[in-house]
Write a protein that binds this ligand. Structure first.
Ligand SMILES: Nc1ncnc2c1ncn2[C@@H]1O[C@H](COP(=O)(O)OP(=O)(O)OP(=O)(O)O)[C@@H](O)[C@H]1O
Length: 272
């Protein structure tokens, strides 16, 4: 018996291009295709990875996936509904349901705002009503932070704790999908695993969909069960991370794996 996969969030045949500036006063404007026929999805309780060289299109894909940019062609589907064809109520539901975790919590959290206020902020901006204090306590428990954090400022926390706070902030609207763009690359290696384990636990416990973008292939392999490789705006390979990274088929995947091996052999050659 085959179990039907029902994606929570999906891109279907998404294409995006940008107009380039004219090279002469009356010359034609040419365009640059950043994403070309992209299919990408995530189900509830699933962590999927997105890897690709710099400039491959990851940021643009993320902006479209989170509704920040409208694709020129193709669909963004959330819970089976076309985001850009949906009405205002559906759009609002989407904005609450898909949240981002950014790379550097030191720059994504306002240094002058106490943590309690920072956690309330998404509820205010998304006009979510209810018992906010109870919600804050619930979310602090989910990310393993003490309530004493609420009255403190960002500079009083370590990088790992701050990323927990940033994850808590993303969880406040009770999303169904988290999109994490390099969530541990600004952290010490020793605490990266703690944040990755937290994300993995949240995927299981809350049945979240997680889209995980990172340069570090070992981090992607640890966190996700399926990876898409993007190169020059196209998805060139999809598979289970360990298989993909040990037996890459697409040249772009091979390049990513070779880049890791080059760095590792370079490090092995340095006298520490
Ligand atoms: N608004 C824009 N106008 C023109 N070109 C753009 C625009 N946004 C992105 N690009 C180009 O599209 C390509 C893909 O960019 P994108 O930022 O999505 O890549 P990326 O994979 O996220 O790279 P990185 O990992 O370096 O952030 C790049 O060549 C970039 O210069």
């Amino acid at each position: 018996m085959t179990i039907e996969r029902r994606p929570l969030l999906a891109l279907r045949d998404v294409t995006q291009s940008y107009q380039l500036p004219r090279t002469s006063l009356f010359g034609p404007r040419s365009s640059f295709t950043v994403l070309d026929g992209i299919d990408f999805d995530v189900c509830a309780g699933e962590a999927v990875g997105l890897v690709g060289e710099s400039g491959a299109g990851k940021t643009t894909l993320t902006r479209i996936l989170t509704g920040m940019e409208r694709p020129q062609r193709g669909q963004v589907e959330f819970d089976g509904q076309d985001l850009w064809a949906a009405g205002a109520a559906e759009r609002t539901r989407f904005r609450r349901s898909v949240q981002m975790v950014l790379q550097n919590p030191r720059s994504s959290l306002d240094p002058r705002m106490r943590i309690g206020t920072a956690l309330l902020e998404p509820l205010r901006s998304l006009r979510i009503e209810g018992n906010h204090t109870r919600r804050i306590h619930e979310v602090l428990d989910q990310v393993g932070l003490d309530r004493s954090a609420l009255g403190r400022f960002p500079h009083e926390f370590s990088g790992g704790q701050l990323q927990r706070i940033a994850i808590a902030r993303a969880l406040m609207p009770n999303p169904r999908v988290l999109v994490a763009d390099e969530p541990v690359s600004a952290l010490d290696v020793s605490i990266q695993a703690q944040v990755l384990n937290l994300l993995k636990d949240l995927v299981q416990d809350l049945q979240l969909g997680l889209v995980f973008i990172a340069h570090d292939l070992s981090v992607v392999a640890y966190t996700t069960s399926r990876v898409s490789v993007i190169a020059a705006g196209r998805i060139v390979e999809v598979g289970r991370p360990v298989e993909l990274f040990t037996r890459p088929a697409a040249p772009a995947t091979r390049n990513l794996v070779d880049a890791v091996l080059t760095v590792e052999s370079g490090l092995a050659g340095t006298a520490l």
